[in-house]
Write a protein of this length. Sequence first.
Length: 227
Amino acid sequence: MGEVLKRLTDRVWVYPFEEERDRPNLGYVRGDRLCMAVDAGHSDDHIAAFYRALEDRGLPLPDVTVLTHWHWDHCFAMHAAHGLTLANARTDGHLRRFKARVAREGDGAFLSLHESVRREYAAGRPVVIVPADLVYTGEARLELGGCTVRAFEAPSPHTDDSTLVHIPGEGVLFVGDACGGAFPTGERDAALAMKLAGVISALDAKICVEGHWVAEDRDEVIKDLLS
């Protein structure tokens, strides 16, 4: 279970995942002018714990938070995010549609998805779904000051809206849950996995950070995708 911020490189940290409530890794990149987070977290409690960890290390809160995909554990704390949020157009569309569904059917439409959701939202924690502040298509580049970040859409067997977040100067790639199978079956389309492996292999990255696992060597991630 993650409580301590882990440093990967000079500019990149990870607030570690937690299995019980299915909380994913949350990334952090510090530039000379701006700071960025990767994913917003499962709930306001999750993102608050992340921000406390940043403050404990004397790190500024993020100016922008980039989403890897629309699934609740990665972005339903967007309403509590510091600064702006950025998502691709597909992700934003999924969020808007799910927000409308919950408005029609009630919180039960969300809470019924999985036991981990019910644990995260125990004791009547409110379900708040908001769209992204900023939306892009294809690729977005962020200049943080001494550090460039590329956020770009990529094929994935997990969802149709995956964003990869590449920090070339640090050799780090955040992939969210892109390498996993589809929810809830876990089945992984081999053709999409192969396409994603090709995208990752073309990048200058040594470290890959998946949503719910420890940071790994890029070649190990590629090997798993092709297995």
